[in-house]
Design a protein around this ligand. Structure first.
Ligand code: ATP
Ligand code: MG
Length: 312
């Protein structure tokens, strides 16, 4: 073989080699395109499962798979949001219908029943007014929750004396405690404790929890607030020794519009949004909230707030 034919052989070999590489790349591109088509058709569990020594292509595959992972997460989240939106709309319409029907009923009575005395009319108008107020408050709470959901609310987070906040909130309920003849038990730390939090949110959290203890701990003889801390967190418990919450209801008390059957019958002014707001506020401050209940011993809502050790 002369030099020329050796060169020809090498060239032919290189050309065949390049053709094989190109065919392989074409096959892979074709496979990737088929997988992407399947994904676009809704099969988000599909992934590109092929290996290649071409660095750029292998990086492209990793990136595409990463993108599909993200897409799948976003879709899962949006499905959950959609489900909870549907559930919420059906709950809201149900919960709004009841007081609204009753408001309309009373107004109709006043308008149409000519036999009513003035004092009966006044009484019905007052009932309708108070139910209207209840509806108004409920709408306000829904508005708050939707603001929180869309992150459309601002926290003014700074160092605050949390013991002072607890004392102030208990004072706000002074007359309610007096009415049921309970002296609230405050077990705070010896020295003041400082937390990093938004004062308004903390007030709202405490007011909601104290209000619940007063409202549902109807047979309670003790209501109290404990405050303790470790290096990172402040732990605040609002507790009572009232009838408590049945075990099967405990996982749901933070859900929107959830009211325990028993208390729903007792108290018409409950919207079941208080604890949902409390949980959202605690979480937006970087904390957690837990509930536990041993009837007539201790029903406790315990939440955490980030602590800030005071720099002396
Ligand atoms: P709202 O606070 O919006 O007026 P609500 O008090 O019914 O309405 P939540 O504060 O979310 O709603 O409470 C949910 C349910 O949890 C209540 O309906 C009640 O049944 C139960 N619950 C809450 N706190 C206590 C408690 N300390 N003891 C017994 N049950 C409680
Ligand atoms: Mg409440």
């Amino acid at each position: 073989m002369n030099n020329m034919s050796i060169l020809n052989c090498v060239l032919i070999f290189i050309i065949i080699f390049l053709i094989l590489i190109l065919m392989n790349l074409y096959k892979k591109a074709n496979y990737i395109s088929i997988v992407i088509d399947q994904i676009l058709n809704g099969n988000l569990n599909q992934r590109i499962r092929t290996q290649t020594h071409v660095k750029a292509l292998s990086k492209l595959i990793v990136n595409i798979n990463g993108l599909i992972d993200e897409l799948q997460k976003v879709q899962k989240k949006s499905n959950t949001i959609e489900e909870s939106r549907k559930r919420m709309i059906s709950n809201i319409s149900h919960d709004l219908r009841t007081p609204l029907t009753s408001i309309l009923g009373y107004i109709e009575l006043v308008l149409n029943d000519s036999n009513l005395t003035q004092s009966e009319k006044d009484r019905y108008i007052k009932i309708a007014y108070s139910k209207g107020n209840y509806l108004y408050n409920m709408m306000e709470e829904f508005f708050q929750i939707s603001k929180m959901d869309s992150n459309d609310f601002k926290l003014d987070v700074k160092e605050i004396n949390i013991c002072e906040i607890v004392r102030q909130n208990v004072l706000l309920f002074f007359s309610e405690f007096k009415k049921i003849n309970i002296e609230p038990e405050l077990n705070l730390e010896k020295d003041d404790v400082y937390a990093v939090a938004d004062e308004k949110s903390l007030n709202r959290i405490l007011a909601n929890l104290i209000n619940n203890a007063l409202k549902y701990g109807s047979h309670a003889t003790k209501i109290g607030i404990d405050l303790s801390c470790d290096n990172d967190n402040v732990f605040i418990s609002v507790w009572d020794n009232g009838p408590g919450i049945p075990k099967e209801d405990l996982p749901y008390v933070f859900d929107r519009l959830y009211t325990v059957e028993k208390s729903r019958k007792l108290n018409l002014k409950s919207s079941g949004l208080g604890l949902t707001i409390v949980k959202k506020l605690v979480e937006s401050l970087g904390g957690n909230i837990f509930v536990s209940s041993i009837p007539f011993e201790r029903t406790e809502f315990k939440f955490t707030v980030k602590q800030n050790l005071r720099k002396l």
